[in-house]
Design a protein around this ligand. Structure first.
Ligand code: ZN
Length: 266
């Protein structure tokens, strides 16, 4: 008897992306088209592997209304103006898109299984988002024609954070027993420790990273690797291999791989 192979059932779209320019549909996306990538305090990022793009969505508190699109319009305009000051090799232009989300509750329920529980006090309610190229994947369009890519490719994400020294009066109010100097990032580490959103303070300091002093810069980079938090991640051919909560063994493997690749070309 002939067996009839059933085609996998196409899931209903959980989110559609609509072009701001002409209102056309850029993509009807179901759960299999989207991958939770990361989030911070204000935004959540989804990867869309088949489009090689990521979609940044603003987060809202649970009890709030749908936010206006003013903020994403401001962010994309800011990106456009800043990009115009640099060459295209070093910048990407954000693309504002409108969203059609049939059921926000079901989108959020689906997303929550991937999100850290401490972030779930906010959710997605926005009606517009920002599309960027997925930079965890090597942008071959930026490579010179004579460059051939072989083997794995790596992407390193560093979020350097704000590194200005706190004014003396604020410092004394926050740390009355300390006579040292703290930058904003280092001060926030102690606040996060008290609030138990981190388990230990990082040895990273943005002022060290940008000091121009080799020893301090190395200390900053080692601090990022030891306590990546939300500020350091590494990807291999588009897959996350190191970041907060992941074993550093794969980071060391990646370093060995990169060093070996370099040895072969010398
Ligand atoms: Zn610092």
């Amino acid at each position: 008897m002939r067996r009839i192979r059933r085609r996998p059932k196409k899931l209903p779209a959980i989110l559609s992306i609509i072009s701001k320019t002409d209102g056309s549909v850029v993509g009807h996306l179901d759960r299999n088209d989207l991958v939770y990538r990361a989030e911070g305090n204000a935004n959540l990022v989804l990867a869309i592997p088949h489009m090689q793009q990521v979609l940044r969505l603003g987060k809202s508190s649970r009890n709030s209304d749908h936010p206006s699109n003013d903020h994403v319009i401001m962010v994309t305009e800011y990106g456009r103006i800043m990009s115009s000051l640099f060459t295209a090799d070093f910048t990407i232009e954000p693309k504002l898109v409108f969203l059609r989300i049939p059921n926000y509750q079901s989108l959020n329920n689906w997303l929550n299984q991937f999100r850290p529980s401490m972030r779930c006090d906010k959710e997605i309610k926005c009606r517009a988002g920002i599309l960027y190229p997925d930079l965890a994947i090597l942008r071959r369009d930026l490579l010179p024609e004579n460059i051939q890519v072989k083997g794995e490719t790596y992407c390193v994400e560093i979020k350097p954070k704000q590194g200005w020294i706190l004014p003396k009066d604020i410092l004394e109010a926050l740390f009355p027993d300390s006579d040292g100097q703290f930058c904003r990032f280092c001060a926030m580490q102690y606040l996060k420790l008290v609030r138990q959103t981190i388990k230990r303070v990082s040895n990273y300091c943005p002022i060290d990273l940008f000091s121009g002093d080799r020893t301090r810069m190395l200390k900053a980079l080692q601090g990022l690797v030891e306590t990546p938090q939300n500020n350091f991640r590494m990807w291999r051919s588009g897959h996350l291999i190191y970041g907060d909560g992941l074993d550093s063994a794969r980071f060391r493997e990646a370093l060995e791989d990169v060093m070996c690749q370099r040895d072969h070309t010398e």
